[in-house]
Design a protein around this ligand. Structure first.
Ligand code: KDG
Length: 351
């Protein structure tokens, strides 16, 4: 029995001596390339994964910019790994925003319209025919008013970091060309889950139906609704043209995307990490606007080949504006009359 034990310990000694000599075990040598460095950090558990959820499809300007955000963060820090989930793989805008509040998701970049369910003041961005063009949108969002709006999210356990762009919304439908206010009458139009959009389309004579973006294609395909309204890139990239026949340039609302991060996740970061993330969100947002504006024209050109496109005259658009004007007054108190007046004054100042 004693001999066996001696042999056992001799064997253990031999293995330990062998291990101490090491050979060319890469874990005892400094990482000789980036992949090994990242692997070493990951294996040490120091890398924080930031899941970024969006509803648009792969190849949409917002998804392209989300990949840019990933690239900027991962080239500037080994502390983070960004995972982009497009096409609503994780959740729709409203649910993803709720997940941020719970800390069960790190980042989402929704339209501002569903955000009114958390911060009613965001309803200003749904007031129809208010922002006249992209240049004014940039000045309003990138100035003190935009900063104030981002700050309002903190009370909801959310950190607003940057303004991206969804864009000017256009009407499509399956029933008829829309050239006049009368042509809208009776159309069942899908809207975002937002009371102002619902009231605006009712004021135009349509029958509005709020449906999540992730369910919109199916609703159009099944004929549950006649039409919808979205920026040209969304209409193209979500292939709505496959289940729609007519499109008109209503330009009735400019919708921002807003870059949101879970506050519990944000507060775990160092100041340096927060600065890096914020700068990457803003930089990728500038890139998003560039890509989206180029994409808007490219999508319009492509959609004109797929749908019957009607140019609505400025005189007729004025009739649309007059028809929805009462909606602004009706929702001013719910949004906050002061913030509505501040918003409209800022647009006036920047126009
Ligand atoms: O996540 C995608 C949505 O934010 C965006 O496409 C919203 O414009 C939108 C719509 O109509 O739902």
């Amino acid at each position: 029995m004693k001999v066996k034990k001696s042999l056992f310990w001799l064997g253990m000694l031999f293995i330990l001596v062998l291990a101490a000599c090491g050979g060319n075990d890469s874990s005892t040598e400094p990482a000789n390339n980036e992949a090994q460095a990242v692997e070493a950090v990951e294996s040490s558990g120091d890398v924080k994964t930031l899941r970024l959820s969006i509803g648009v499809n792969e190849g949409h300007p917002q998804e392209i910019a989300a990949q840019k955000f990933k690239e900027l963060v991962e080239e500037r820090s080994e502390d983070f790994k960004v995972e982009v989930y497009h096409s609503g793989q994780i959740a729709d805008d409203r649910t993803a925003t709720e997940m941020l509040q719970l800390g069960s998701l790190e980042i989402t970049i929704p339209s501002t319209s569903p955000v009114v369910n958390f911060v009613p003041e965001y309803g200003v961005f749904d007031l129809p025919f208010t922002i006249p063009n992209a240049e004014v949108a940039d000045k309003v969002l990138d100035g003190p008013f935009g900063d104030k709006m981002l700050g309002l999210l903190e009370s909801q356990n959310i950190v607003g970091l940057a303004w991206w762009e969804n864009g000017f919304r256009q009407l499509t439908n399956n029933e008829r060309p829309v050239a006049t206010l009368e042509d809208v009458k009776g159309l069942s139009v899908r809207t975002m889950e937002n009371e102002i959009h619902i009231d605006a389309w009712a004021a135009l004579g349509a029958n509005p139906t709020p449906i999540a973006f992730t369910e919109l294609f199916a609703a159009l395909q099944q004929g549950t609704i006649d039409g919808q309204e979205n920026p040209y890139p969304n209409i193209e990239m979500s292939r709505f043209y496959e289940v729609q026949n007519y499109m008109s340039n209503t330009n009735h609302v400019y919708t921002p995307f807003v870059f949101l991060m879970s506050k519990p996740v944000w507060e775990e970061m160092t100041e340096e990490q927060q600065t890096l993330i914020r700068e990457a969100a803003v930089e990728a947002g500038q890139y998003n606007r560039e890509v989206n504006r180029q994409g808007d024209q490219e999508s319009l050109d492509k959609l004109k080949e797929e749908l019957e496109f009607t140019e609505i005259s400025p005189e007729e658009i004025q009739r649309f504006r007059d028809a929805v004007a009462p909606v602004i007054e009706k929702h001013a108190d719910a949004i906050g009359r002061e913030i509505v007046e501040e918003y409209l004054a800022e647009i006036e100042n920047q126009s």
